[in-house]
Design a protein around this ligand. Structure first.
Ligand code: FAD
Length: 468
């Protein structure tokens, strides 16, 4: 195993539990991106921001609202403590106890079946690459001459930004933008396209409205011409969109996607092909070297478009089946959910409306507003809606939910898609009352609810009219 992040740790733990001798090589931090500079610190930051926001939002509940006082040092401690609390699961000690030989060094192939790392030479039946990714940097003139933040540094600031400029309106950019706004910063998000361009436009618009309501400034459809430093400040010159051509801030965050880690691995020596999407793999996650698999963020080709911890875990499960049990496997990204952890959250699985229309002649769209949910009313969190795409027979093509806890609410839709259940199955399920999850039931019932277009309903209406 090369890389001890989400993908590598999963493969190593499962393989070791089957008694397979495993060598796990990590050059930097155990736990990789997710634990140290990704999911975990970002969700800890968001949790702090949610607390700050609640202080401002008490009014409708009859609770006097106030302006939260944020202690920067304790905020940083909170983020670090959350990482420390989870770190033992990913530690050298835990993996050594599982029987894994952990080597803390950079790994490199010397030929198609040999890896060297920290003075050790390792020959193995199977290799798995799980080397992850790093922030992709856009070719903006001046960027190489000024200090800027990425996800590697933004969660460990000694002082919070007072005015944060965020380049990139993808999931990482919008999550951090909203969190820092709620913690008291002025925030401007800049993007060449719209926010969350990979998500259904109708659903992304819900998140855009939420950010604007929080006071995040959005400049979409802009071209950034250059960035420069002016003393302690950063100045961004841009073209397009509405607003001034020059904006300044105390900090600049670059959140413009990820580049798979392929360098320094000796891939050429091992006969492993790669391109800018990552290490080329087929549907079974095998690389062009039959001994070697690739999982997680570093895997390109047919590995699927989603770069998430749960996608890396899913890959890990497939590789275990293929490499240990010689079972045929095929990556199917169709049931992998994706979540943007804003407030409200945006979760989606399967096709967007545009993709569904491109593939199917007739689709039905089922929507249900969060405002029609009793729990949402009680919590005064009525923003958002569910949108499901189904065929006329009820096959589920995709679902997107903008709602509180949408990341939890999407799970039955993932299950339904992966197991081929129909929307009628969800309509027939009993959901506990009052829960946000009832939005799923109500949207699904829309499918079978008799509408004015239903011939039976038209017959009954006609009969009633004739009667009187
Ligand atoms: C800000 C942010 C928030 C995120 N939030 C979420 C979220 O909420 N939910 C979610 O599912 N995903 C989230 N992600 C994505 C998630 O972090 C990644 O998809 C996941 O960590 C990828 O795991 P991986 O195992 O492929 O790679 P990584 O976790 O990056 O691990 C790769 C490891 O390989 C090591 N390595 C590389 N080259 C070598 C070498 N030559 N020798 C030895 N070791 C090497 C690296 O040091 C690293 O530790 C987020 C990402 C970011 C940036």
């Amino acid at each position: 195993m090369i890389g001890a992040g989400s993908g590598g740790l999963s493969v190593a733990a499962i393989a070791a539990s089957f008694g397979v001798p495993v060598v796990l090589i990590e050059k930097h931090r155990m736990g990789g991106e997710c634990l140290n500079v990704g999911c975990v610190p970002s969700k800890a930051l968001i949790a702090a921001a949610t607390r700050a926001h609640a202080i401002r939002a008490g009014d409708p509940f009859g609770i006097e609202r106030g302006e939260p006082k944020v202690d920067d040092g304790r905020l940083r401690d909170h983020i670090r403590e959350v990482i420390v609390a989870i770190a033992p699961n990913d530690s050298v000690e835990r993996f050594t106890a599982l029987g894994v030989q952990v080597i803390r060094a950079e790994a490199r192939f010397t030929d198609d079946k040999t890896v060297v790392a920290g003075g050790a030479t390792i020959e193995a039946r199977r290799f798995v690459l799980a080397t992850g990714s790093r922030p992709a940097l856009p070719p903006i003139p001046g960027l190489d001459r000024i200090p800027y933040l990425t996800n590697d540094t933004v969660f460990d600031l000694a002082r919070r930004p007072e005015r944060l400029l965020v380049i990139g309106g993808g999931p990482v950019g919008v999550e951090i933008a909203q969190a820092h706004r709620r913690l008291g910063a002025e925030v401007v998000v800049l993007d060449a396209a719209r926010l969350l361009p990979r998500e259904d436009a109708e659903m992304a618009a819900v998140i855009e409205r939420a950010l604007l309501r929080d006071g995040v400034q959005l400049r979409t459809g802009v071209v950034i011409e250059r960035v420069e430093a002016a003393g302690e400040r950063v100045i961004v010159s841009l073209k397009g969109g509405e607003g001034p051509d020059c904006i300044e801030g105390s900090h600049l965050l670059v959140a413009t996607g990820r580049t798979p880690t392929t360098e320094g691995l000796g891939l050429e020596a091992a006969g492993i092909a790669y391109d800018k999407t990552g290490i080329k793999v087929g549907r079974s996650l095998r690389t062009t070297n039959r001994r070697v698999y690739a999982v997680g963020d570093c895997a390109g080709g047919k590995a699927g478009p989603y770069k998430f911890t749960h996608a890396a875990n899913y890959h890990a499960g497939l590789v275990i089946r293929a490499a240990l049990f010689r079972l045929p496997v095929r990556v199917d990204p169709g049931a992998i959910p994706r979540v943007v952890f804003t407030d409200p959250e945006l979760a989606a699985v399967g096709l967007s409306e545009e993709e569904a229309r491109a593939k199917h002649r007739h689709i039905r769209i089922l929507r249900w507003p969060v405002a029609e949910n009793d729990r949402a009313q009680a919590e005064r969190a009525t923003d958002g809606h569910l949108k499901a795409l189904v065929t006329s027979r009820g096959k589920i093509l995709g679902c997107a939910i903008a709602a509180p806890h949408a990341g939890e609410l999407i799970v039955p839709w993932s299950l339904a898609i992966s197991k081929g259940l129909k929307v009628q199955d969800l309509a027939g399920l009993v959901f506990p009352y009052p829960t946000f999850s009832e939005v799923t039931k109500r949207a699904a019932v829309e499918f079978i609810r008799p509408g004015a277009q239903n011939p039976w309903v038209r017959r009954i209406i006609g009969a009633v009219r004739r009667l009187g």
